[in-house]
Design a protein around this ligand. Structure first.
Ligand code: UDP
Ligand code: MG
Length: 326
C-alpha cells in the first residue's frame, strides 16, 4: 500500500518489523518531540517501523496531535480511548493492535531515551525474546520516589515467585511470541512488569539512565496511585498476604496458650496478688479484633479482584482509531 503524504512524498507502508507503543495521557507538549526522536533513531535502522500512540482519554489536545502526526506520516498510528482507563490498559491496547515482529514499549514523556532502542534491537537479533531496560540512574525524580521504588522492588522480590528483575520499568522490547501470549492474558488489574517475566523465554537487560520528563507533569506521583500500583503487583502474583492471616493466627494462639498456662500457674502457686483484670482483657480483645479486621480486609481485596474477573468487562473501549482499516 502506498500513500501520498504531501507534495512528492510517498511513504510505502510495509508490514512493520518494529512497533513502538507509547501510552499517552495529557502529553500534548511531548508528542511532536517524541515522534521526532523516535524517527531519528528508527529511520537509520532501515527496517519498516510504526509508532502506535494510545491516547488514554486525554483531556488536552493529545488526540488531535496524534491525528496530525498520522496525516503527516502514516507510520504513526493511534487509538483513542472513550475515557481514562489507566496506563496498564493503554499498554494492553497497544500490544493488541501492534503488528511488528518486535514491540518496544516506552513512556511518551521521553523519560525512556529512544536512543537505547537500537541496543535492545541488537540483543533481540542475538536471539533474546525480551530485552528490558534497567535503570542505572533516575534523574529529576524526588528522593522519596527513588526510595519507595527501591523498597517496592525488594518487597516484590521477596514475596512473589515470579522473578521480576530489579529496577526495571515498562521500557522494554518484546518478541512477537511474547506479545501474543500477553494478548491472551486477559486478567484485570494488570501488572505488566510481572506478567512479562512470568511468560519466560530468553530475557536480558540493557542498562540506561532514566532522563527527566521532557515536558508536562508526572501522573503517578500521588501516593494513592502508587499504593494502587503496589497492591495490584502484590495481589496479582502472591498469596503471601492471605497466608499472613494464618501465620498471625498461629502466633497469637501460641502466645495466648502460654499466657493461659502462666495465669493458671500463678493462681495455684503464685503470691496472693490479684492479676490485672479488665484492662488486660480489653487490650487483648481489641488487639484480636484489629487482627481479624485486617485479615478480613485482605480477603476482601482478593475477593474484589475475583469479582472483577467474573464480570468479564472489556479492558478498554476505543472511541477512535487512526491507521487501522476497519
Ligand atoms: N499514562 C497513561 N494513563 C494514565 C497515566 C499515565 O497512559 O492514566 C502514561 C503517560 O502519558 C506516560 C506514561 O503513562 O506516557 C507514564 O506516566 P508518567 O510519566 O506520568 O509516570 P512516571 O514517569 O512518573 O512513572
Ligand atoms: Mg514519566
Amino acid at each position: 500500500m502506498a500513500r501520498e503524504t504531501g507534495p512528492g512524498v510517498t511513504v510505502r507502508l510495509m508490514k512493520p518489523v518494529f512497533t513502538i507503543v507509547a501510552p499517552v495521557y495529557n502529553e500534548e507538549a511531548v508528542l511532536p518531540e517524541l515522534y521526532r526522536r523516535i524517527s531519528e533513531v528508527m529511520n537509520p535502522l532501515g527496517d519498516p517501523w510504526e509508532l502506535l500512540l494510545v491516547d488514554d482519554g486525554s483531556r488536552d489536545r493529545s488526540a488531535e496531535i496524534i491525528a496530525q502526526l498520522h496525516d503527516q506520516d502514516p507510520r504513526v498510528k493511534g487509538i483513542s480511548f472513550s475515557r481514562n482507563f489507566g496506563f496498564q490498559e493503554a499498554v494492553t491496547a497497544g500490544l493488541d493492535h501492534s503488528s511488528g515482529d518486535a514491540v518496544i514499549l516506552t513512556d511518551a514523556d521521553l523519560q525512556d531515551p529512544p536512543e537505547v532502542i537500537p541496543e535492545m534491537i541488537a540483543k533481540w537479533r542475538q536471539g533474546y525474546e525480551v530485552v528490558y531496560g534497567v535503570r542505572t540512574e533516575r534523574a529529576g525524580e524526588s528522593w522519596h520516589k527513588k526510595i519507595t521504588a527501591k523498597l517496592f522492588y525488594r518487597l516484590i522480590h521477596r514475596i512473589t515467585s515470579v522473578n521480576i528483575p530489579l529496577d526495571t520499568g515498562d521500557f522494554r522490547l518484546m518478541d512477537r511470541k511474547v506479545v501474543n501470549v500477553l494478548c491472551q492474558m486477559k486478567e484485570r488489574n494488570r501488572f505488566l512488569r510481572g506478567m512479562v517475566p512470568w511468560v519466560g523465554f530468553k530475557q536480558t537487560g540493557v542498562s540506561f539512565k532514566r532522563s527527566p520528563r521532557f515536558a508536562g507533569e508526572a501522573k503517578f506521583s500521588s501516593y494513592r496511585r502508587m499504593i494502587k500500583f503496589a497492591t495490584n503487583a502484590i495481589t496479582s502474583f502472591s498469596y503471601v498476604p492471605l497466608q499472613m492471616a494464618t501465620y498471625l493466627g498461629f502466633l497469637i494462639a501460641v502466645i495466648s496458650g502460654l499466657a493461659i498456662l502462666a495465669v493458671v500457674l500463678l493462681r495455684m502457686f503464685g503470691p496472693d496478688t490479684p492479676l490485672l483484670g479488665q484492662a488486660t482483657t480489653l487490650v487483648a480483645v481489641l488487639f484480636l479484633g484489629g487482627v481479624q479486621l485486617i485479615s478480613l480486609g485482605i480477603i476482601g481485596e482478593y475477593l474484589g479482584r475475583i469479582y472483577d474477573e467474573v464480570k468479564g468487562r472489556p479492558l478498554y473501549l476505543s472511541a477512535r482509531k487512526w491507521g487501522f482499516d476497519e
